[in-house]
Each structure stands twice: as C-alpha cells, then as structure tokens.
Write a new protein. Sequence first.
Length: 277
Amino acid sequence: MRAFPPERIVCLTEETVETLYLLGQEHRIVGVSGYAVRPKRVRQEKPRVSAFTSADIPKIRALEPDLVLTFSDLQADIAAELIREGVTVMAYNQRDIAGIFAMIRHLGATVGEGAQAMRLADGFERRLDEVATLAQTQARPRVYFEEWDDPMISGIKWVSELVEIAGGLDIFPEHANAGAALDRIVTSEQVITAAPDVILASWCGRKVRPEKICARSGWDAIPAVKSGRITEIKSPLILQPGPAALTDGLDAILAALAPSESTLDDPDQPLHRHLQT
C-alpha cells in the first residue's frame, strides 16, 4: 500500500462499494465489480473490472490501486494473483450479520472514517433491533429460503438471521452456519416434510420461476404452494452481505411475511400474487 488511508481502491464485490458510497468516500473507488448496482449511479461513474470469480488483472493493475477489496475464499485465486503482482489485498469474509457490522466498521476505519462508520453500523443495528422487537408480538410463519434451485440450496447465515428478525422461522437453521453453498444443499423431501408457510427465493441473479417451484413432485402439499406465498427477492438486495441486505433486503422479507387476510382465507387464489418484480 502506497498511501494511507488508501486513495485508490478497487472493490471486487458489491457490499464494499455501497459501504464506501454511504460513507461519502466514493471518490476513493477507481474500479468495481460488474455486479455493483448500488447506488444506481455507480454503473456510470466507475469502471467495471471483474465478475465474481474472475477479474481483469491487467485492467486492475492499470488503475494503480492502493488497495483491492475482495470477498472470501470464492475470490482467493484472484487475490493470490494480485498479491503475486505486488498489489495490496484485503479479503473480507463476513457470513452473518455481526460480520456485516464488523466489515462496515473496519472499512470505515481503513479510509479514515471510523466514527462515521460506527454511526452507520449502529443505525442499522438499532433498526434491526426495532424490527425484531415488533416481530415478537406476531405469529411466526415457517420460511424456506432458496438460494439456488438445482441443486436446491438453503439460505446462508445472514439471510437466516434476517428471516428470524423479520418474524419468520427458518426451516433449515442447522444449515445456515455452513458458509459453503454445497454444504447447504437440501432435498425436496426435506422441504416437503418441513412444510414452510412461505417460500422466499433468490437464484443468484437468475430470474425465479415460481411455476417451476410449484411443479416439483409433492410440493402441492406444501402450505406455501397451496396459498401462493412464493416471493422472489432480487439477489442484489439479499445475497450481498452488506448494507443492502440490512435495509432493502430486510424490507423485502418483511413484505413477504406480512399476513394477508386473502392469503389466510383463500388458498385457491392465483399462485403468483406475492411474486415481487
């Protein structure tokens, strides 16, 4: 690193981009992931230098970054190549809400905005506490979150925690602690047996097909399918462990779990009533 705080930062995932914008430090960003969409103006303001598991190393080098921010073992090969090229790399590895708060506070301190980052994280934490307190007074529907459809993969820890905060009961809490997606594979029979009242789906950037979910063998017996409570949550809102998940992602879960008289009283109403677009 040639400057501290770093003056030229490349962000290879969305959550660090959004965090720096929220801290008013977007001027430090010189390159971003192609998946960065928050805030909307980032797509016009910053050059895209990577996908999720691949990156344009020469393009990153040409930007002369003081620091490149990566995420977890999923970007380990990218990080290793950059390190071999003499680039300073910081790899975050947050898999739960506590880790998201820590990432925000650490990144803020790294760019010399520790106090502002503390205020930002504290504000998110207060709001989550308020939502959780209100949810304790309401009925708690059983929730299946599907991160991928083939194989079926259940929600990671921060998603499971947000479901619980919003007032739901994650039907696979034992899988949520597994960071690797392959360790969260579930079977159709397990979902049928768990009988979720609500199905939330976010297929890693691919459009959710509720008709495919309902067509699975035996799923017509699942309460969520009977009542049409199948909701897509867009991946940028819920599958990036950062501010989006704590705000719009949580709001999307709350909307999906909100009780509806029509949902409770008329199980034969149209299937896609709750599909979010």
